[in-house]
Design a protein around this ligand. Structure first.
Ligand SMILES: NC(=O)c1ccc[n+]([C@@H]2O[C@H](COP(=O)([O-])OP(=O)(O)OC[C@H]3O[C@@H](n4cnc5c(N)ncnc54)[C@H](O)[C@@H]3O)[C@@H](O)[C@H]2O)c1
Ligand SMILES: [Zn+2]
Ligand SMILES: [Zn+2]
Length: 360
């Protein structure tokens, strides 16, 4: 099979590999559509931080060159021993986070905080290939859903967005600001708007702000031009999602949130950020972390939300590319902040770019 393999920073190759067989508890998938995100671009430039290239991962057991891709859909082509609920030909989406189900956080339902958590496509081989093998426990069966394989590849980032909005305890009527409407922030805009909040989307790129408006933002703000911070003058948001990963944007989030409000830290800053905790105390602010998603709670809702408005996603990922363009349209531009579209998707079975399919 054709597969993209990560060997180290700057060293990603398109290779021919044997099709992997499913072990007990696993499914073999023929990959339909696979997306990449900022984490994959970060591995490409600064890694390996997640991919266990040199040492076996303690929980996945994988070591050596790694096939990235943790946002993907496919058709079941093989069912391992002990797997129930899946048959060959079923269309599925991969949640990617694998948890043990027995440790204290898992027993409390916090499977995303599992003491043995690992992610398909980061700590093991993932979906940037014609075939993949994944644990059935992190795979969602879509055989009864009308969602297309292309849209199904976007359910994992939507699940992350829904988890973030749950962490932020957004409720109808809240004023919400989303800083950075890229591959995660644009999904948070949609999830928060669907929850009945009034969303302001903030970014440096006008085209991304237009897409945020299509996804439900009531207003948008381009912060690329220097000048006074308009967000400090307007009605302050009760919940701010920091989705850029920029230290200055995190500090801005703490400045612009209303007293008594919540800042959800979605982005990962490249270095620690100094924060004046006296201000946090005086203004009764809450700083809330969010990590991936809880598969059982967030993933089914993510599927429903993406399927409810298929046309909205055509602006997020208008084109689906062949696997051999993973460097030129995917990892290299994304690492430079010059991604051609908000979500970059690949179809391992296609030889040329094609439009996103939103209808079956
Ligand atoms: N907490 C989690 O579970 C989780 C999951 C996935 C990704 N992340 C993190 O979220 C962050 C965003 O990931 P992504 O895939 O959306 O990246 P992305 O590059 O697609 O999006 C970032 C967006 O921020 C905008 N931006 C940059 N600087 C800005 C500024 N100063 N003000 C306003 N907008 C600005 C960019 O134009 C872009 O649209 C990353 O740090 C990533 O590691 C966290
Ligand atoms: Zn991701
Ligand atoms: Zn666990």
């Amino acid at each position: 099979m054709k597969a993209v393999r990560y060997h180290g920073a700057g060293d990603v190759r398109l290779e021919q590999l044997p099709v992997p067989d499913p072990g007990p508890g696993e499914l073999q998938l023929r990959v339909a559509t696979v997306g990449i995100c900022g984490t994959d671009a970060g591995e490409f430039v600064h890694g390996p931080r997640f991919h266990p290239v040199d040492t076996a991962h303690p929980h996945s057991g994988h070591s050596g060159p790694t096939i990235p891709g943790h946002e993907f859909s496919g058709w079941v082509s093989g069912v391992g021993d002990g797997v129930t609920g899946f048959t060959e030909g079923d269309m599925v989406a991969v949640g990617a986070g694998v948890s043990c189900s027995t440790c204290p956080p898992c027993r409390k339902g916090h499977t995303n905080l599992c003491q043995e958590y690992w992610t398909v496509g980061l700590h093991s081989n993932g979906g940037l290939a014609e075939s993949a093998v994944v644990p059935a426990s992190c795979t969602f069966n879509l055989s009864n859903s009308a969602i297309t394989p292309d849209l199904a590849a976007m359910t994992q980032p939507m699940s992350i967005a829904l988890h973030a909005t749950r962490r932020g305890r957004v409720v109808e009527g809240d004023l919400v600001t989303v800083l950075g409407v890229g591959g995660i922030g644009s999904f948070i805009v949609h999830a928060a708007a669907e929850a009945g909040t009034t969303v302001t989307a903030v970014d440096l790129e006008p085209a991304r702000l237009d897409t945020a408006a299509r996804l439900g933002a009531a207003s948008t703000l381009d912060v690329s031009a220097p000048g006074p911070d308009q967000l400090l003058n307007d009605d302050r948001a009760s919940v701010v999602f920091e989705c850029t990963g920029r230290p200055d944007s995190l500090l801005r989030a703490l400045q612009l949130v209303a007293d008594g409000g919540r800042v959800v830290v979605v982005g990962h800053q490249p270095e620690p950020v100094a924060v004046d905790f006296r201000e946090i105390a005086l203004d009764e602010l809450e700083i809330i972390g969010t990590q991936a998603h809880v598969f059982a709670q967030d993933f089914p809702r993510a599927v429903d939300l993406i399927a409810a408005d298929p046309g909205a996603w055509a602006e997020v990922a208008p084109t689906v590319y062949p696997l051999d363009q993973v460097l030129q349209v995917g990892l290299i531009p994304m690492a430079k902040g010059e991604s051609p579209q908000i979500k970059v998707l690949f179809d391992p079975s296609s030889d040329a770019p094609r439009p996103l399919r939103t209808e079956n």
